[in-house]
Design a protein. Structure first.
Length: 73
């Protein structure tokens, strides 16, 4: 605990994904005081043409009240 899933458009390099994972992990260790060994992070690429159906309509819109950071689109 915690498990984080990051969904984003394709095009991010492996190096960028590794750095993103490192920084999110470091933040979780620092802010929620969890050991690194307890953290898991997945990165899922979703095509821009599929974003609204696969992510926004099914995950974001139904859960707007749970979002601490809402999208601006």
């Amino acid at each position: 605990m915690p498990h984080v899933v990051i969904k984003m458009y394709p095009g991010t390099t492996v190096e960028q994904k590794k750095e993103l994972t490192k920084q999110v992990t470091d933040s979780l260790v620092s802010i929620v005081n969890k050991p690194e060994s307890a953290i898991s992070i997945a990165i899922e690429e979703v095509a821009e043409t599929e974003w609204m159906d696969k992510v926004y309509d099914s995950e974001i819109r139904p859960n707007l009240e749970k979002l601490y950071k809402k999208p601006g689109y």
